[in-house]
Write a protein that binds this ligand. Structure first.
Ligand code: KG4
Ligand code: ZN
Length: 339
């Protein structure tokens, strides 16, 4: 019933993302018709982090213009839409409400179904937007600003959490570590860039929780190790790069060890990497190289679909709506929500 394009809306944090998609797994582009993104990074940079109220207000300003832009890109009118999907959580409550209220209102006005999507399911399914998408079952490493998880995807919609973070998420560890060495927000990409000019072996940090069995993560101790190393150093540019490199190596190797364990535990031969930290070059290279050595296949979303975007929400929504799932017309969001 739902062969008409689905509008996807993402407003859980500091990116306003919109996309139009008609789900066709084997078609070129997998049916993605248009996508548009506005990032609020500049707005929050002066504060060193996302200011929730400013984020909500900016989503209000940018969301409808982006919807119009995506429709124009695809050459579609609102009446062509077959449904609306929006991120319902987890995330900032005010930011989520902007996407949910707008998505619900549009769907109601157009007389089409709407569905609230779990943000992490969006990230998880983002590799399906690429050519040669992974077939379930597979293991997914979800590493974003808010989450570090290993998930067994038995089928689309059937997820088993294998491991989770006990404290900071991987992206959060990147951001906090960057901040304590004086790098501007958002620190993750800045720290990763700096790591490129770090010298190998100048510093070494531990690989947290790899010396005992299990698939959970803990990254907050790493931050403390970096703080001590930085405070006791000469604080030169080169030292900062050296520390950044050692920190990145520690995170990447820790993630790699846990991915290997998760693949062994589930017997899966496909590994999906998703979420903002999935944009990290060292992580992509090391995981792909390990896959080539050990015989598992790695799947990454393109860089712009690693970080928050509307396409992944349109995709998750199109699949769920195609299965007849939708919800009654109340505006509900879930700032905290288990996958
Ligand atoms: O998925 P995402 O856009 O938002 C959340 O759902 O959290 O992820 C953002 C996170 C931030 O912590 C950011 O620092 C991190 O992803 N990130 C990176 C890189 N690009 C983004 N971390 C390390 N290396 C990168 N290249
Ligand atoms: Zn995200």
């Amino acid at each position: 019933a739902n062969q008409r394009p689905i509008l996807g809306i993402e407003t859980s944090c500091d990116e306003t993302g919109v996309a139009l998609l008609r789900w066709e797994p084997r078609a070129p582009g997998n049916g993605l018709l248009a996508h548009a993104l506005y990032t609020q990074i500049k707005l929050h940079a002066d504060y060193g982090g996302v200011v929730p109220e400013l984020a909500s207000r900016d989503h209000v300003r940018k969301l409808l213009p982006l919807v119009r832009e995506a429709l124009a890109q695809a050459g579609l009118a609102p009446a062509d839409l077959g449904g609306v999907a929006y991120t319902a959580g987890p995330g900032l409550v005010g930011a989520l409400l902007v996407g949910a209220a707008t998505g619900r209102a549009l769907a109601w006005a157009l007389g089409v179904p709407a569905i609230g999507i779990h943000h992490m399911e969006g990230h998880l399914l983002a590799p399906l937007l690429e050519e040669d998408p992974p077939e379930p079952s597979f293991v997914a490493l979800l590493v974003s600003g808010g989450h570090s998880m290993l998930v067994e995807v038995q089928a689309i919609g059937r997820y088993r959490i294998l491991g989770d973070t006990l404290d900071d998420a991987a992206g959060e560890a990147f951001d906090k570590t960057a901040k304590l060495m004086g790098l501007p927000y958002p620190g993750g990409p800045a720290l990763a860039a700096l790591a490129g000019s770090g010298r190998p072996g100048a510093f070494r940090f531990s690989r947290p929780m790899t010396d005992r069995p299990g698939l959970d993560f803990s990254f907050s101790g790493l931050k403390t190790q970096v703080l001590l190393a930085w405070q006791q150093s000469d604080r030169s540019e080169q030292t900062r790069a050296d520390i950044a490199r050692a920190f990145e190596e520690a995170i990447v190797e820790t993630l790699l060890i846990k991915c290997r364990r998760a693949l062994a535990a589930t017997g899966a031969s496909r590994l999906v990497i998703a979420g903002g930290v999935g944009a990290n070059r060292r992580l992509r290279e090391e995981l792909a190289a390990a896959g080539a050595r050990d015989g598992f296949k790695t799947y990454f979303p393109r860089l712009q679909f690693c970080t928050d975007n509307g396409a992944m929400i349109a995709l998750a929504g199109a699949i769920r709506l195609a299965h007849g799932q939708h919800q009654d017309p109340s505006v509900q969001v879930f700032p905290r929500w288990d996958l």
